[in-house]
Write a protein that binds this ligand. Structure first.
Ligand SMILES: [Cu+2]
Length: 71
């Protein structure tokens, strides 16, 4: 268990539904403890276990959900 935190820049979110979609996409991942997504700032704060998943994996999940993400 290696507790890590990161903030991703998310592009493409336009409403609260998008926020829920991105939050769910992140929190469904094995190793993600918590995702806090802010619509206005276009940011996602993610608490995760870096033994299980990396930033690349987090970004891939957001992209798969239909949004752009950058570390
Ligand atoms: Cu939306």
């Amino acid at each position: 268990m290696a507790k890590s935190k990161t903030t991703l820049k998310i592009n493409g979110m336009i409403c609260e539904h998008c926020v829920k979609t991105v939050t769910k996409a992140l929190e469904e991942l094995d190793g993600v403890k918590k995702a806090k997504v802010k619509l206005k700032k276009g940011l996602a704060k993610v608490a995760y276990d870096s033994d299980k998943i990396g930033v690349d994996g987090l970004i891939a999940a957001v992209v798969k959900a239909g949004y752009e993400a950058n570390a």
